[in-house]
Design a binder for this molecule. Structure first.
Ligand code: FMN
Length: 136
């Protein structure tokens, strides 16, 4: 099994309806192919971890990279893993808020990834949540 993480930039402003459609298709597909993971979106960027068997995962990632809803998709890490970190989440999702609610966001993401055994993956998500959006 492998776990792959990437970051990308959303194209345009994806509204709630667009995100809901993206998630529905992703969950349906991930359930069918045995993939799990976590997707964060802060209104500008996506951070996603995907895990599962290499073949369906890499096929999915190829489709994701070609998706016009985002661009500048950069793979951050890929590793063989013995167990899942995002076990029964076909695609856990968190819209990470921007100004005004950073405390909530940090707490939410910390809670989401608290059970993730791999410290690098955990650190990736918790630091994404802590990015200073105003400075970006
Ligand atoms: C940020 C982002 C994350 C995505 N994550 C997934 C995913 O986890 N699984 C998936 O199947 N598709 C994901 N997609 C959607 C794929 O790019 C693609 O649209 C979809 O899998 C195609 O499904 P369809 O051929 O059934 O329309 C994602 C797209 C974006 C922009």
């Amino acid at each position: 099994m492998i776990r792959l993480t990437y970051i990308s930039t959303a194209r345009g402003d994806l509204d709630e309806i667009a995100i809901a459609a993206l998630l529905a298709a992703s969950r349906c597909h991930n359930q069918r192919t045995g993939l799990s993971g976590l997707l964060l979106y802060d209104g500008v960027r996506f951070l996603q971890a995907l895990e599962g068997e290499a073949e369906p995962l890499l096929a999915t990632f190829a489709r994701i990279k070609a998706d016009p809803r985002h661009r500048a998709c950069v793979e951050l890490g890929r590793a063989e893993v013995a167990e899942r970190a995002f076990g029964d989440w076909d695609m856990a999702w968190q819209q990470v808020a921007t100004a005004g609610s950073r405390g909530t966001l940090v707490d939410t993401v910390d809670r989401l990834v608290a059970q993730v055994p791999d410290p690098n993956t955990r650190a990736l998500f918790t630091s994404f949540a802590r990015l200073d959006r105003h400075a970006a």
